[in-house]
Write a protein that binds this ligand. Structure first.
Ligand code: ATP
Ligand code: MG
Length: 232
């Protein structure tokens, strides 16, 4: 799905001594099916921006249209946003809570009104994409896994929702080089498989130089550049 961001501004704690403009008049057009990377220093506004794309924050001003729905309109219900946009948070492995891996990944799809067969087939597919064998892992507890494996379960949980727009906030943070390469390979695979728009937030240009169609650079609450990886 395409995304249109118009004059988006976000001020945390307005009118207090802690007032902080985290997004300053951002306008962006993102095309359906493309792979975008957002890079920028700590505190530049990346996480604030993608939380807006997922409807988790309300703008101070401006609007965001995804497909044909204005997700910042007060009348838009959150389930409409959830159906379109999936967000994998920074350090998602801390948000696993079900007793088995299969149940954890099925948690989101269960709220979509799908049949049990369809849910299981989605879980199976999502596990395959993140490189976890369904029969071997389905009945394990997520707590028995390594950090990198837990993160894969969390990513599978979001991709099993089959969102039209998939956002990942620093999915490689804190992983060793092997874990990092595996996660990136899986993200490439899921982009090829689902044809969804992907937005990958990262500190490292290395992560995305070869896989992103376009790179968006944020600095001091603004988008300062958008272009091919070779241009930034
Ligand atoms: P990082 O690379 O460290 O994850 P980021 O680019 O994701 O950084 P944000 O988390 O969006 O940056 O933060 C942007 C600015 O907004 C920072 O100055 C931060 O301190 C501030 N900020 C973030 N969340 C809040 C909040 N809930 N309340 C107040 N200020 C916040
Ligand atoms: Mg962040």
């Amino acid at each position: 799905m395409s995304i249109k961001v118009e004059n988006l501004t976000h001020i945390y704690m307005p009118g207090t001594p802690f007032e902080m403009t985290a997004l300053d008049d951002i306008s962006l057009d993102l095309e359906e099916g493309k792979f975008y990377a957002i890079i920028g220093h700590t505190g530049s506004g990346k996480s604030t921006f993608i939380q807006h794309l997922n409807g988790l924050l309300k703008p101070t001003s401006g609007r965001i249209v995804i497909g044909d729905v204005d997700i910042t309109d007060k009348k838009t219900v959150m389930s409409e946003v959830r159906k379109r946009v999936g967000l994998v948070f920074q350090y998602p492995e801390y948000q696993l809570f079900e007793e088995t891996i299969e149940k954890d990944i099925a948690f989101g799809p269960k709220n979509l009104g799908l049949s049990d067969e369809e849910i299981q087939s989605r879980v199976r597919k999502a596990m395959e994409i993140v490189g976890l064998d369904f029969e071997k892992y389905r009945n394990l507890s997520p707590f028995e896994l390594s950090g990198g494996q837990k993160r894969r379960v969390a990513i599978a949980g979001v991709i099993a929702m089959e969102p039209k727009v998939l956002i990942l906030d620093e999915p490689t943070a804190g992983l060793d080089p092997k874990g990092r390469d595996e996660i990136l390979a899986q993200i490439i695979r899921l982009h090829e498989y689902y044809k969804s728009t992907v937005i990958l937030v990262t500190h490292s240009m290395e992560d995305v130089a070869e896989i992103a169609d376009e790179v968006i650079v944020m600095s001091d609450s603004r988008v300062i550049m958008k272009g091919l990886p070779s241009e930034v």
